[in-house]
Ligand binder design. Structure first.
Ligand SMILES: Cc1cc2nc3c(=O)[nH]c(=O)nc-3n(C[C@H](O)[C@H](O)[C@H](O)COP(=O)(O)OP(=O)(O)OC[C@H]3O[C@@H](n4cnc5c(N)ncnc54)[C@H](O)[C@@H]3O)c2cc1C
Length: 363
């Protein structure tokens, strides 16, 4: 495309793409994948070595959370969607990153057992659970009380998924391992210009860094630091344990154990305090020895109302954001990435609860 520069006789050749994506963690990968599937020309800027969340996350997906065994927000839509999406993506990207695993939540006491048991399969809220009594050689579970077997759970190997999408972008789009500098973005009525590129639209998937940006820093982000440990446990668990902490059998006898929530210290420094706390909790439920082999920390791009930040900028309609996936990126991401691209392509809006429109008054 040839564009004449103002006050000059010079012509510059700009390369035209359909979308620029800033950030390729889990959010940017889902957006990039969705766009490539629709044959869009994309350009991605990312700093994988500076990733704060996707490279650290356990990748767990679980439709039932909280102390009261309730379904997570939109579980009836999100979980059938993700169970189709990731296996399809595995085939398309010729890679393995999606693992279905039973998840077990033991009852904590008789009172809880009495409260939950009669409701199983009788209320709509329990469609994802069945009463269960999992036996494990490694876990000290109170067999008499039993617990709930949560269906439709498992984990995504996020780094593997992100790497597979990156290869696809390098093959069919453009990928730059460069920092995107917001102040160098030029906007006019029809297009966006950045360096030697013009684009119809740009989507920011820059995780916690969005909170410091001029374009989207006005949104009420509430980043939360999280730490987890890697521990070898022998024999390995055959299911994910989830009560007070999760123990996820990852590879061979390596388990991910986590995680912590800290809203005060927002950095990526692993602390001795968090490590000890996780080890103590693990020690309390295990009947065998374990060995901590690694310990990592990251920051979740969470929001004040715990709902994603998706939508168009209030002033610049060709600038979008796909962010705020918080601690549930694996389950929220696929459904909303599809909905968001649908809305951008058809000039419609995504639902209000996830749409940044709900905060337009803050802009
Ligand atoms: C300890 C921990 C445990 C977790 N466990 C789970 C879990 O079990 N299940 C689950 O669903 N979620 C979990 N999460 C949350 C999950 O990690 C997030 O929901 C998700 O990964 C967020 O992805 P993102 O792409 O929005 O952000 P990020 O992963 O932070 O990616 C943002 C990317 O943008 C890039 N970027 C930013 N600014 C620029 C720029 N100017 N130029 C170029 N690149 C830029 C960064 O380098 C980065 O690569 C966990 C998080 C933590 C910290």
């Amino acid at each position: 495309m040839l564009v004449k520069l103002p006050k000059s006789n010079k012509y510059i050749i700009y390369m035209k793409v359909d979308y620029i994506i800033v950030g390729q963690g889990l959010a940017g990968s889902l957006i990039a994948y969705e766009l490539l599937q629709r044959n869009k020309k994309i350009l991605v800027y990312d700093l994988p070595e500076d990733n704060y969340s996707s490279s650290v996350a356990a990748g767990l997906f679980n439709p039932v959370t909280g102390r009261r065994f309730v379904k997570t927000w939109k579980a009836d839509k999100l979980f059938p969607y993700l169970h189709d999406f990731y296996p399809e993506a595995e085939k398309e990207l010729r890679s393995k990153f999606f693992y279905r695993l039973p998840l077990y939540r033991p009852f904590i006491d008789l009172q809880e057992q009495n409260k939950i048991m009669p409701d199983f399969n009788t209320t709509e809220d329990n469609t994802f659970m069945i009463p269960a009594n999992f036996k494990s050689k490694a876990l000290r579970i109170n067999e008499k009380l039993g617990g709930a077997h949560v269906r439709a759970a498992g984990f995504l190997d996020i780094p593997e998924f992100v790497d597979s999408v990156r290869k696809r972008i390098q093959e069919y789009g453009k990928y730059f391992n460069h920092q995107f500098v917001e102040k160098n973005l030029k906007l006019n009525a029809e297009a966006i210009q950045y360096g030697k590129f013009t684009s119809e639209k740009i989507i920011f998937c820059n995780g916690v860094r969005a909170s410091n940006s001029k374009l989207f820093g006005w949104l009420p982000f509430r980043p939360v630091k999280g730490e987890l440990i890697f521990a070898t446990i022998s024999p390995a668990l055959e299911f994910i344990y989830n009560r007070n902490l999760f123990v996820l059998p990852f590879k061979n006898e390596i388990h991910k154990v986590g995680s912590t929530y800290d809203w005060e210290r927002i950095d990526i420094v692993p602390t001795e305090e968090a490590k000890k706390m996780l080890e103590n909790k693990l020690y309390a439920i295990l009947d065998v020895n374990f060995k901590t082999i690694d310990h990592i920390a990251g920051v979740r791009p969470a929001t004040k109302d715990r709902r994603p930040f998706i939508g168009r900028h209030p002033k610049f309609k060709n600038i979008g954001i796909f962010n705020g996936l918080g601690s549930k990126g694996v389950s929220l991401g696929p459904y909303f990435a599809g909905k968001f691209i649908d809305s951008l392509e058809s000039n419609t809006e995504i639902e209000f609860e996830a749409n940044i429109k709900r905060y337009n008054s803050l802009y």
